[in-house]
Design a protein around this ligand. Structure first.
Ligand code: ADP
Length: 347
């Protein structure tokens, strides 16, 4: 099979040979001369071979120079370092190779553009959500402060109450800003995990104790299932504390008044599985796939009434992902919800 380059050079050499044979014929005819057929054939063969090899050399030099320049530009733009002459011996192979590189490059660029578009959408949504989240407590605090300025400060029935409400709105603002700070650190991948071996039962006990008061407000019983032995995990203790706090606080917020939350942990192979189970309002199945997204809420007003920022579960997921671990959720409306996450077992 002839390559494209050989075909072009061969055709050009044949054309030149044809022209030379016409010229020779014309000269012989005009000068009424004659030559032996062997000599004529030798001249034509010599013409063909000379023109073929000269054209081939010119073609290769010309194209190699151009392809090399194109290739070098591509290499420079893509920061690659593969030299052209290593890739192939014929110009056809070089063309195919450059073509493949360009196709690959255009696919990569398309992926990059899609990614940038996603980032842009994410950024826009994030800003809209943040400003929306911040507006509610800011306007609420502003409302109470203005009422106090407009004379409410002298009204003994409302002055203390409104100050307390404004203060609660400011506390909520601080919670939102704290969660935003955590999530942006987690999403930027700036978080440095400092894993160590600790007893998860001990940590869960600590967390339960610290949330006892909050649970009492809704008369929710926090039950830590004692495994009877220590259960060691290898993880960042402070971050896992945050995971437990977020999940248990949610179980109190969205649990039944007078209900209960059970915290269990057990070794499964090389992992420890921790469950936080409540018997609260539950979550409809359609919401479960989006539950760990930033600002996703099932019941917006209930979440805000309970002081939720909509970031708690997104933070939990990021922390576990940073540990290369996972979290799952199962739920049934009016029966309750169970969050289960894995941790690396430590010897
Ligand atoms: P929030 O600050 O709103 O609580 P989260 O990210 O912690 O944000 O939770 C997202 C949403 O998931 C909540 O708004 C709530 O609707 C739902 N949710 C979380 N935990 C539970 C639970 N234990 N039971 C029922 N719904 C829950």
């Amino acid at each position: 099979m002839l390559t494209r380059q050989t075909r072009i050079v061969l055709n050009a050499a044949l054309l030149i040979t044809l022209l030379v044979s016409i010229m020779v014929g014309l000269i012989l005819y005009l000068f009424n001369d004659s030559l032996s057929i062997t000599l004529i054939l030798s001249i034509l063969l010599a013409t063909f071979l000379c023109s073929y090899f000269v054209l081939l050399a010119v073609y290769q030099k010309h194209f190699e120079k151009h392809f090399d320049r194109i290739y070098k530009s591509i290499v420079k733009l893509r920061n690659q370092s593969q030299p052209l002459h290593d890739l192939s011996t014929s110009n056809d192979n070089i063309v195919t190779h450059i073509n493949n590189i360009l196709i690959e490059w255009s696919n990569e660029s398309r992926e990059e553009i899609d990614h940038l578009k996603q980032v842009e959408t994410y950024r826009r949504e994030f800003l809209t959500n943040v400003s929306h989240e911040l507006k509610t407590p800011i306007f609420s605090a502003q409302g109470y402060v203005h009422t106090l300025i407009d004379g409410g400060i002298d009204d003994r029935d409302i002055n203390m109450l409104y100050l307390q409400k404004a203060s609660r709105s400011i506390d909520r603002l601080i919670d939102i800003v704290d969660d935003l700070e955590s999530i942006s650190r987690l999403e930027a991948g700036d978080l440095i995990i400092e894993p160590r071996t600790f007893d998860i039962g001990n940590l869960a006990d600590d967390v339960v104790e610290s949330l006892e008061l909050q649970a009492k407000e809704r008369n929710v019983k926090l039950i830590l299932k004692d495994q009877g032995e220590q259960c060691y995990v290898y993880a960042d203790k402070d971050l896992i504390r945050q995971v437990l706090v977020n999940l248990i606080v949610n179980s109190i917020k969205y649990g039944k008044r007078d209900g209960q939350t059970e915290i269990r942990y057990q070794y499964i192979g090389e992992q420890v599985i921790v469950d936080v189970e409540d018997n609260g309002i539950g979550i409809e199945k359609s919401h479960l796939p989006r539950l760990f997204e930033r600002f996703y809420r099932v019941d917006k007003s209930r979440s805000r009434d309970q002081g939720g920022t909509g970031l708690g579960l997104a933070i939990v997921k990021h922390i576990l992902e940073a540990h290369q671990q996972t979290i799952t959720v199962t739920s049934e409306i009016n029966k309750g919800t169970t969050f289960s996450f894995s941790l690396k077992r430590s010897k």
